[in-house]
Design a binder for this molecule. Structure first.
Ligand code: CDP
Length: 785
């Protein structure tokens, strides 16, 4: 499928246009939750636990209450009286809103102070006296089910720290294949606990109007409608009386999918006081208590022939979920889409097991710029393929080539149950190799090794699964996944497009307008795109997991086509011919063979309100709720070249080539931006970022002093390229792209470092690969003393 480009003036798909709306950041117009100012607004501040595991003996709020300007202090006991002490998580566990009985992780929410300004609220929080009795702390997930481990969740019937066991694939066929495999390679890899750290932390302004009984919540939300429904179901407020508004939220990356205790407390406080209540986290609160990502401890084994042809994959994983299972993923997938871990390779057999456990750490397991655990899966298989290549002394490029699923095999059913829609893995690999000059660099590496210099090349040929999702399989907290678009064409031919998704900086304002331009010929500059207000937008599941293009993007095209169908009827009326005599091109209908007898979409729009054919409703608008038949499976090859400084252990990324294939592209400039951002995040995860805990459960990495964000100084130069393999089932052949670089890149970085050290006997290194870690390996191997 090839997208026919509209003229650049119209700005349809395939044009790198930039729209005015996107310049608001440069103009400095504040439109964030933190910018919301309402008359009478008051401020909430959390009291948090300094301990990771402790019994709550008492909470004394008397001193704090006496501070002038303090309006209310809410404790877990107060919430318990209203039946709100616990809230459901997105994965059907429950989570304390404010601690009752005991605390389960450092920085857990204990009490909520409301005051006239944020400084008084913070001072009063300091005056809340909490008496704790420390309990033994469980930090290591491997010890969670060991005899004698402290049982963390006393509220559960099951007296165990084990949350779930999940398996998929054919166990006995996989065992059999392993028995007959002449080669076995294995790797134990940790996808470490990290955090999306969005620019704006989480927060809200809850505004309950006692006169109208309407609750408006300005919320850092990636899924405003789902959050509205959950507020209605849990809080008992009629859904029509709740309005969730999610403005610019400074990035989400999965962090803004769950509901957090701060949101609930602000709503409760506003209901109680009848005033707007604002709660915004600090940076450290965001890192320490809201949704973490990853924390998967994985072992992969590959059974293969001597020539490297893979026969079977066996994976065992321990998932650390922290104190509550607050993973944001569909009900059917306790380990998200981790079972795409056969990757781009034609494995005849596979079997995967995942066990989730509780520990004394912050809850989460959110999809940080990935489709529910796909980053972990891709990292594992791409590392395992390199381990196999190294064991067999086959070039990692060659090993991948021998095992790729071939273009003619699509649609391809994996042994773990997924049906990949389309792909040409070798095409992307070849392009990346060519851009890089692979053969030359391998020669250079050989030369450098002779001189004792350390240089490595790492490859990742990843497959992604985005576009959640087909409603028969995917839901969020039970709400089926689909997404929506509503387009209204005004009499003057301008349009408004309202969506169920919610941009967090991905440029939806531009790209959805381009889809309308492509489908209807209305210039993109004449289309306003609105998202994030539940009072106006059609119901949708929001934006995460690169689902916007595969779902709402598709809905936009389908809604536009519905409008075009109606426009045809009006055109036939205006041109006094039958619909069968009409043809469509670039924004107008014309009589076949007589191009001058034509009506533009603007003329038709005017007629829709002024000159309607008998029997047809006035107006020109349509809505579509799109339920995709399948996920889309974008892919790509990333290649990283590193040089290692032996003296300091510092890894320098010399080159990074990223070839992505997301099918047909709506806006190449935006896609390029998505790739740059995601690669930078992948780079940070590979080399810098870890949320760690000491043996007492104290968070290490709970501020930007320890949890490092790459600046322009550290960030490598990205070289991007693309191939185009359209999705056969998407209305205009597009696949999602936003998360591909974060999903595909960590393995390329790590593979490059391990490749640089492979001749020293290094088989694997866990992320983050800090200079200290590398230097210690060099010391251990006798390279430095
Ligand atoms: O759900 P999210 O917006 O994060 O991810 P996406 O669907 O991958 O889209 C990210 C941005 O890239 C959006 O503005 C898309 O419209 C744009 N995009 C594109 O121009 N062409 C594609 N084939 C895929 C995405």
């Amino acid at each position: 499928m090839i997208i026919e480009k509209t003229s650049p003036e119209v700005g349809g798909m395939g044009h790198p246009i930039k729209r005015k709306e996107d310049s608001r950041f440069i103009q400095g117009k504040g439109n964030y939750v933190d910018d919301v100012r309402l008359p009478g607004m008051v401020y909430g501040h959390m009291v948090r636990s300094p301990f990771a595991h402790a019994r709550l003996k008492s909470i004394n709020t008397e001193k704090a209450k006496q501070l002038p300007g303090v309006l209310a202090i809410i404790t877990g006991e107060d919430l318990a009286k209203a039946g709100l002490a616990w809230m459901p998580t997105l994965f059907f566990d429950k989570q304390m809103v404010l601690a009752t009985g005991k605390v389960l992780f450092q920085s857990q929410e204990v009490a909520f102070v409301v005051a006239e300004d944020q400084y008084i609220a913070a001072d009063a929080a300091e005056l809340v006296e909490v008496e704790y009795e420390e309990l033994p702390v469980l930090v290591d997930p491997h010890k969670a089910t060991a005899p004698g481990a402290p049982i963390l969740r006393e509220d559960r019937e099951e007296k165990s720290n084990h949350i779930f066991h999940w398996e998929v694939g054919d166990k006995s066929a996989t065992e059999k294949a392993f028995q007959s495999a002449p080669v076995k390679a294995s790797v134990h890899a940790i996808s470490q606990r990290c955090h999306p750290a969005p620019l704006e932390t989480c927060g809200c302004v809850a505004d309950f109007n006692k006169a109208t009984e309407k609750l408006t919540v300005h919320l850092t939300s990636q899924a405003p409608h789902a959050h509205r429904t959950l507020f209605a179901l849990v809080g008992g407020i009629p859904e029509q009386n709740i309005r969730v508004v999610s403005p610019d939220i400074g990035g989400g990356f999965g962090n803004k999918v769950p509901i957090y205790p701060g949101y609930v407390c602000a709503v409760v406080a506003s209901l109680t006081l009848g005033l707007p209540v604002k709660w915004i986290e600090t940076r450290s609160e965001n890192l320490q208590s809201t949704g973490f990502a990853r924390d998967y401890h994985m072992t992969a084994e590959i059974g293969a022939e001597e020539n490297g042809k893979v026969k079977a994959l066996r994976v065992k994983t321990l998932a650390d979920h922290g104190a509550f299972n607050a993973a944001a993923q569909p009900t059917k997938f306790p380990a998200g889409l981790f079972s795409v871990c056969t990757g781009s390779y034609d494995f005849p057999n596979a079997f995967v097991e995942v066990d989730g456990v509780y520990t004394n750490k912050a809850p989460g397991g959110i999809a940080y710029r990935c489709s529910f655990r796909i980053t972990e899966a891709v990292y594992l298989i791409e590392r395992a393929m390199d381990v196999l290549a190294s064991q067999l002394k086959i070039d990692p490029v060659e090993l991948r080539r021998r095992n790729f699923i071939q273009p003619k095999q699509f649609p391809y059913k994996t042994p773990l149950g997924w049906t990949y829609d389309s792909g040409n893995y070798e095409g992307a690999l070849n392009k990346a190799l060519e851009m890089l000059g692979y053969a030359q660099l391998r020669k250079e590496q050989e030369e450098k090794r002779k001189k004792g210099e350390l240089m490595g090349i790492g490859i990742s040929s990843f497959t992604e699964a985005v576009g959640a999702g087909p409603a028969h399989t995917f839901d969020i907290a039970g709400i089926k996944m689909f997404d929506s678009a509503e387009i209204r064409v005004h009499p003057t031919g301008k349009a408004i497009c309202r969506m169920g998704t919610k941009s967090q900086g991905q440029g939806h304002e531009t790209t959805y307008a381009q889809i309308v331009a492509q489908e209807l010929g209305i210039p993109a500059s004449d289309v306003v795109v609105e998202e994030g207000d539940t009072d106006t937008a059609p119901y949708g599941l929001g934006t995460y997991a690169s689902r916007s293009t595969p779902t709402s993007g598709a809905a936009t095209a389908v809604a536009a086509r519905k409008i075009r169908d109606k426009a045809k009827k009006i055109a036939a009326h205006l041109l006094e011919c039958s619909e069968a005599d009409l043809e469509w091109t670039n924004g107008k209908f014309f009589v076949k063979g007589v191009p001058s007898k034509a009506k533009t979409i603007q003329e038709i729009a005017f007629a829709a309100y002024t000159n309607i054919p008998a029997g047809l409703e006035a107006g020109l608008e349509a809505v579509d709720y799109y339920d995709p038949p399948n996920l889309t499976f974008p892919f790509g090859t990333y290649i990283c070249v590193v040089d290692i400084d032996k003296g300091t252990g510092e890894v320098k990324v010399r080159r990074f080539v990223a070839v992505d294939d997301c099918g047909n592209v709506i806006n190449p400039m935006i896609v390029e931006g998505q790739i740059h951002g995601g690669l930078t995040e992948g780079f940070a995860i590979a080399f810098m970022q870890l949320i760690d805990y000491d043996e007492n459960g104290n968070v290490q990495g709970g501020s930007f002093m320890d949890y490092l964000i790459p600046t322009a100084v550290e960030t490598p130069h990205w070289e991007t390229g693309s191939t185009c393999t359209p999705s056969p089932h998407h209305p205009f052949g597009a696949k999602g792209v936003g998360e591909s670089p974060n999903v595909g890149s960590p393995a390329a970085f790590v593979n490059a470092v391990v490749d640089a050290l492979a001749h020293l006997g290094v088989k694997h290194m866990d992320m983050p690969i800090t200079p200290w870690k590398v230097w210690n390996v060099l010391k251990e191997k006798g390279v430095v003393s």
